[in-house]
Write a protein that binds this ligand. Structure first.
Ligand code: FDA
Length: 390
């Protein structure tokens, strides 16, 4: 039997950051072989560690106000200051997204270094067994190398993340713990995930990428779309997936910022003898223009197309409706939407309102950010909020 002031379940972004601020003697346990595995693979290996445009309206939750307090008290600038204090070179890529110049390993090393400096210990390859609470302390059974032991802790911080990418050790264990202690869990589903379409639908377009404005579920994103052999991906599609409801279409503007009707009218006046297909090829990637041509009067000369026909072509290009078969699901999702219901948690501290000493932080909670560093910022901010109360 060991006794620690704070036991943190999960050595991912939120768990490590909480341990770095929770005070000496903190124990962090994780069943993975290494800490921060998702940090390691994030941002294409360079970790998009925060976003300078962080604001509560870039997060999805049943309670859109819940994240405000934590995000306001630990900001993207605060995390950036920490990164700079550790001499980690970084750059802004686009839309406020900050990445490491070298590797995500810099962030993991910074976090584990902070844990060591704070007197926290990280124990890996450790399975979490039963959890009990006697009203004052938590008793958690841990198993490592076939040996079981019990740990007593005044504070238990659940930072085991969501269900995305089970291959990387995601388990949904946080939801079981929440239910055990009487907290509700909102419906969970895969977010920031590519869309799938019936086989072969976009086979000829695989690899084509273009800037679009895509809409789903009332949200609209101007970012890149990428056709894949399974369907649609790229930042615009990943963002839409978090708002999309099954059975509803996506609406894609293939020429955002262009008035296609006016551009077509100008082209008709200047080059009426040209075919519509020539115009399409000049404004869209060649393979996409070719593929769309089948549904449009592409072989007709612009001069032969009346105002209504041109308006119809423009409408098709600005509002391409596509009905996905589904998404790739948790297998490739960057995040899990939904989670521990914020109704049962203090927005100041992330502590369970009815179970003093029990905290839920990071992706486990029903707070999910947009693509672009927002989810790590939530991990840092919620972890910091919890650590401040421990
Ligand atoms: P996280 O999942 O990081 O950590 C949970 C930890 O708990 C893991 O170490 C896991 O092993 C452990 N665990 C789970 N169940 C357990 C059990 N039963 N027993 C013991 N241990 C258990 N976000 C962003 O802001 N910028 C980015 O660039 C990216 N890029 C990105 C790429 C990819 C491929 C993915 C999958 C995700 C991203 N994300 C991202 C999202 C980001 O990785 C995610 O939001 C955070 O890692 C969440 O941090 P947590 O600490 O809450 O969970």
């Amino acid at each position: 039997m060991t006794e620690v002031p704070t036991l943190i379940l999960g050595a991912g972004a939120a768990g490590l950051f909480c341990a770095a601020h929770a005070g000496p003697g903190t124990l962090v346990v994780d069943h993975a072989r290494a800490p921060g595995e998702k940090i390691r693979i994030s941002g294409g290996g360079r970790c998009n560690f925060t976003n300078l445009r962080t604001a509560p309206d870039r997060f999805l939750s049943r309670n859109p106000h819940f994240a405000k307090s934590a995000l306001a008290r630990y900001t993207a600038r605060d995390f950036l200051a920490l990164v700079e204090a550790h001499g980690i070179p970084w750059h802004e890529k686009t839309l406020g997204q900050l990445f490491c110049d070298r590797s995500a390993r810099d962030i993991i090393d910074m976090l584990t270094g902070l844990c060591t400096a704070a007197g926290a210990r990280i124990e890996l390859r450790t399975e979490i067994g039963e959890i009990a609470h006697d009203g004052h302390r938590f008793r958690v059974t841990l198993e490592r190398d076939g040996r079981r032991r019990e740990v007593l802790a005044r504070h238990l911080v659940v930072a085991t993340g969501g269900k995305s990418i089970p291959k990387m050790g995601a388990t949904g264990r946080a939801y079981e713990i929440a239910r055990q202690f009487g907290l509700a869990v909102t419906e969970t589903r895969a977010g920031l995930v590519p869309f799938t379409f019936p086989e072969g639908r976009f086979a000829a377009l695989s690899g084509v990428s273009l800037p679009v404005a895509a809409s789903a579920g009332g949200a609209r994103f101007e970012e890149a779309l990428l056709f894949t052999h399974r369907g649609l991906s790229g930042p615009a599609m990943l963002q839409c997936s978090s708002y999309w409801q099954e059975g509803t279409p996506l609406e894609i503007d293939l020429l955002p910022g262009t008035d296609a009707a006016a551009a077509l009218a100008r082209a008709k006046a200047a080059h009426g003898a040209r075919q519509l297909s020539t115009w399409l090829a000049a404004h869209l990637p060649a393979r996409l223009a070719e593929s769309l041509a089948g549904d449009l009067p592409a072989r007709r000369k612009l001069a032969e197309l009346g105002r209504d026909s041109l308006a119809e072509v423009a409408a098709r290009l600005h509002s391409w409706q596509l009905l996905p078969a589904g998404t790739e699901g948790y297998r490739t999702a960057e995040v899990t939407l939904g989670g521990v219901d914020t109704k049962g948690l203090s927005s100041r501290s992330m502590e369970a309102k009815d179970v003093p000493g029990l905290f839920f932080i990071g992706e486990a909670v029903d707070v999910t950010g947009w693509l672009g560093g927002y989810n790590f910022q939530w991990a840092w901010a919620s972890a910091h909020a919890a650590a401040g109360e421990i």
